[in-house]
Design a binder for this molecule. Structure first.
Ligand code: GLU
Length: 280
């Protein structure tokens, strides 16, 4: 690293290839792209392809095409390489595992046999509308050996109940979330060994030297969880910038179910990226 001066800005965009990108993704990614550019920094593209059941190769090809069409450019990624690869999460399992082993050795996580449904969902980023329910702590105090002797377990991070996590958000101002109230013990590894979104995201943002995470405001609670993971792993968290969310005409937050507002459909119906951006 060059000596003196502030560190080079490193941002990232992290699409999940579980559907086509919509206008909401485009706006968040456009902001991330603009911030990296205005800081004279680097934008990393990370393919968040851990959700084996829902990931499809065609969606990976589609997001590359859609992002380029929209005018978003990145300097490191699965397509162009870079010094911090691999840039697809499915190829980074060893790095995730190493971090998990550290959490485990430090007693920060415990095995859990509860709520299959939540655990299956853990690999996806929990957006505001479907954020994981507060875990009641059923397995928190059970003897580890007894839990491990049973069926395959997930591993949960033990949150410091009552602690207020605060950060100054670049997009949303000063933020505070209370552990044990706004979110509970969360899954870091699923029973099938796949790391959760929370763990994989923190490990990869750190390993890729990301200095600012730009993401949708639906992930504010996840950011509080991730700040705990940074601390537990002994890493300084990056800066955070949460973008306002886009809604449809009925006020419903855009999701991959809004096919009409997918970038492909917009392109096919003759929309132009600069016009779409002008409407923001
Ligand atoms: N892959 C995640 C998503 O699509 C990214 C979330 C994040 O930016 O951390 O929601």
């Amino acid at each position: 690293m060059a000596s003196g001066g502030p560190p080079v800005y490193r941002g990232r965009i992290a699409p999940s290839p579980t559907g086509h990108l919509h206008l909401g993704h485009a706006r968040t990614f456009w902001i991330a792209h603009g911030r990296a550019e205005s800081h004279g920094g680097v934008l990393v593209l990370r393919n968040e392809d851990l959700d084996g059941d829902r990931v499809r190769r065609e969606f990976v090809e589609a997001f590359f095409e859609d992002l380029r069409w929209f005018g978003i450019r990145w300097q490191e990624g699965p397509d162009c390489g870079g010094p911090h690869g691999p840039y697809s999460q499915s190829e980074r399992r060893a790095v995730h595992q190493e971090a998990f082993e550290r959490l485990r050795a430090a007693g920060q996580v415990y095995p859990c046999v509860c709520s299959r449904k939540d655990i299956q969902a853990a690999v996806r980023a929990p957006h505001a509308a479907d954020d994981e329910p507060l875990y009641p702590g059923t397995c928190r105090c059970r003897p580890v050996d007894a839990v491990l002797a049973g069926r395959p377990v997930s591993w949960r991070f033990r949150v410091p109940d009552g602690e207020v996590l605060t950060w100054n958000d670049g997009g949303q101002g000063s933020q505070a979330r209370i552990a044990g109230r706004d979110f509970g013990d969360f899954v870091v590894v699923r029973p099938d060994g796949v790391p959760s979104y929370q763990l994989a995201c923190v490990v990869d943002d750190h390993a890729m030297g990301i200095t600012e995470v730009v993401r949708g405001a639906d992930l504010l609670v996840s950011t509080a969880r991730q700040i705990l993971l940074y601390r537990a792993l002994g890493w300084a968290p990056p800066a955070f910038f949460h973008c306002p969310l886009l809604s449809d005409a009925q006020g419903v937050r855009l999701s991959k179910r809004h096919a009409a507002l997918s970038l492909r459909t917009l392109r096919d119906t003759g929309a132009h990226p600069s016009e779409l951006r002008a409407a923001w």
